[in-house]
Design a protein. Structure first.
Length: 622
């Protein structure tokens, strides 16, 4: 990895000036280089290490007489037990706000998960932010928003002996679906606007206000270049808009530019620096003076810097932690570990998510059972009381982009607060829907999109590498099979491909086929019930009113015995695959899955080494 970009090779007496933009995104409160769910150090994540990259990149730029701007692109406040602990400390400055101040951040964007604790908590936290907090396409309906629509930063650059003021306009957008995803916290309090329309308007307004450069902090994924309004991932569309000079992307936890592509030149400089502090985005702009004496962009480059340049799984060198940040987070780190160690209950068997895409995930069974146990008393005495109750749950930790150590693993014995959060990471609430057999079948077709279509290769992977496991709902209480030879009805974004496609086979309840018109109550979570993952959510009239009950609280009550045992916990495996004689697929999972290989005896499973990222390859006979 090149440690210096072209700007740092520039001679200070040339007729150009340089601005370096540094960016983080999707920190998800991974402040320390530590896994609070497993209670162990984790070198592949951590803002304490990203801070070292920030200081190094800033020093390089300043030594080359470049101006430095530092931004965060959202989803910073929620995602680990440290985030849960910090939001409860109502009288103290949030540790991340303190860190942003120490490191000299110039603006902070908000992401969808930053709203997960509600507006009062968000307002309290960002009221002590050291710089502007931005969210351009979200309107507060209940008072003064704790964020701004834009920021204009003025910096002086020196070109050919002249000091020229440069006005940098900054705005941010996030998925408009945030209002739905976080409905329990935001309903009636905020309204979202289309991200692309907002970006176009903000860029035009900032130009009219005399801005020389426009930076878009886009808490959004790449997406397609031409899609409908109110789309979730729109960065490809933003890159085509006139007036935007640089883009920081996020939300989908990808890395752009892809380091394996050699950091190719882009028409418009853009970075997406991974997640959990894994990367720092660096955009370098070269400015020249035009005939009117104004600074204009004459060149640009963009690249990423990783805290584990060769991959933490391979044991390569890791960027050291920044001592000031380690000291700053020390008290919060200690308090979080203490809170996470509080006992909740006991289990008599280990729970893990290594085989969530092919076998029985006992942790997922537990979540589904807890949801059903909490819902049944709510249904008592209502018109829904006599209907069969099903429960939908998806894994929170499933490897994927987060790497081969990102799996749930709870040992048999005492269960603590950290184990509960390991089973369900997000602060969702219980939800319930009234679905018929036809809607349930369609729901499961969306889950089936996570699987690759079976081809002729013996190296066929089971899971589409572009998929996201939290969109793999397993429906407990029914049984069904997937035919992997068939094309998917839906794409990974939940959009219909072809309604004639079907991977679902043999959907049954208590051993008999499910009738398309048969009615079921389905327990789920607020994210899914409000459209998260673009599942075919029913008409709002089909949503069943449920009191505000957090899923993590429900899990604690279930493990502590305050909720009675639910029959769904011990049901047989919900899904299986249609047999394919002589065919096999590769499951990529965490290396520790080797300890549980006996659970896959019905697949005649064998291990097949590790891939380049450190995932264990397990061959499954179909």
């Amino acid at each position: 990895m090149a440690l210096k970009s072209s700007l740092l090779q520039a001679h200070p007496h040339l007729k150009t000036a340089h601005i370096r933009i540094l960016a983080t995104t999707d920190l998800h409160m991974n402040l320390s280089s530590f896994d609070y769910y497993a209670d162990r150090p984790e070198p592949s994540v951590g803002f304490t290490r990203t801070a070292s990259l920030i200081r190094s990149a800033r020093q390089e730029a300043e030594e080359a007489n470049a101006t430095v701007l530092l931004f965060d692109n959202g989803d910073s406040l929620q995602g680990t037990l440290l985030g849960d602990w910090a939001v409860a400390q109502t009288d103290a400055t949030h540790p991340l706000m303190s860190a942003f101040g120490r490191l000299g951040y110039d603006a902070i964007a908000l992401g969808n998960h930053d709203f997960g604790f509600g507006l009062p908590a968000l307002g309290r936290i960002v009221s002590r932010a050291p710089c502007p907090v931005l969210c351009s396409n979200m309107q507060c309906l209940t008072g003064v928003a704790p964020w701004q629509k834009q920021a204009i930063l003025t910096r002086h650059v020196h070109i050919n002996g002249h000091s020229i003021p440069v006005r940098i306009g900054v705005f941010s957008i996030l998925p408009p679906q945030t209002v739905k995803w976080e409905a329990p916290q935001l309903e009636g309090q905020v309204a979202a606007e289309d991200a692309v329309a907002t970006a176009r308007r903000m860029a035009e307004n900032l130009r009219r206000q005399g801005c020389d450069l426009i930076v878009a902090l886009a808490h959004s994924g790449l997406g397609e270049p031409d899609v409908a309004p109110m789309t979730e991932n729109v960065v490809a569309q933003l890159s085509a808009l006139d007036g935007i000079d640089a883009i920081v992307a996020g939300h989908t936890h990808l890395t752009l530019p892809d380091p394996s592509d050699g950091n190719p030149q882009q028409a418009r400089p853009m970075v997406m620096p991974g997640s959990a502090g894994s990367h720092l985005g660096v955009i370098d702009l070269t400015l020249a003076m035009n005939a009117a004496g104004e600074a204009r962009i004459a060149g640009h480059s963009a690249h990423l810097r990783a805290i584990c340049p060769g991959g933490a799984e391979a044991g390569d060198w890791v960027v050291p932690e920044d001592p000031e940040m380690v000291e700053l987070f020390a008290a919060a780190h200690k308090a979080t570990r203490k809170a996470a160690a509080q006992p909740v209950g006991r289990i008599n068997r280990p729970l893990h998510s290594y085989f969530t895409f092919c076998g029985v995930d006992q942790g997922l069974n537990l979540v589904a059972a807890a949801q059903a146990a909490a819902l049944r008393p709510v249904l008592a005495g209502t018109a829904f009381e006599t209907l069969p109750v099903l429960s939908a749950a998806a894994p929170s930790k499933f490897g994927g982009r987060a790497g081969p150590r990102h799996y749930t693993e709870v040992p048999a014995g005492d269960v603590t607060v950290r184990h509960v959060s390991d089973l369900h990471v997000f602060p969702n609430q219980l939800a319930a829907m009234l679905l018929d057999g036809r809607q349930i079948a369609d729901w499961l077709e969306v889950s089936a999109a996570q699987f690759s279509q079976l081809g002729d290769s013996d190296e066929q992977v089971l899971i589409n590498p572009e998929g996201t496991g939290h969109n793999f709902d397993v429906l407990h209480g029914v049984t069904y099979r997937f035919d992997l030879t068939q094309p998917a009805r839906y794409d990974l974004g939940g959009q219909s491909i072809d309604t004639s496609h079907s991977r679902l086979r043999d959907l049954a309840y208590q051993g008999r086929p499910v009738d398309p018109d048969e009615q079921f109550v389905v327990a789920s979570n607020s994210y899914r019930a409000n459209g998260g993952g673009n599942f075919p959510v029913p008409d709002p009239s089909r949503l069943i009113p449920v009191p505000p009950l957090s899923l993590q609280g429900i899990l604690r009550d279930y493990l502590a015995g305050r909720l009675g045992p639910d029959p769904l916990e011990n049901t047989a495996q919900s899904f299986s695959f249609v047999p394919q004689a002589g065919r096999s697929v590769i499951l990529k999972t965490g290396p520790s899955a080797a300890n549980y290989l006996h659970e896959l005896d019905h697949f005649a499973a064998t291990t097949d080494g590790q891939d380049a990222r450190g995932f264990l390859r397990i061959r499954l006979s179909l």
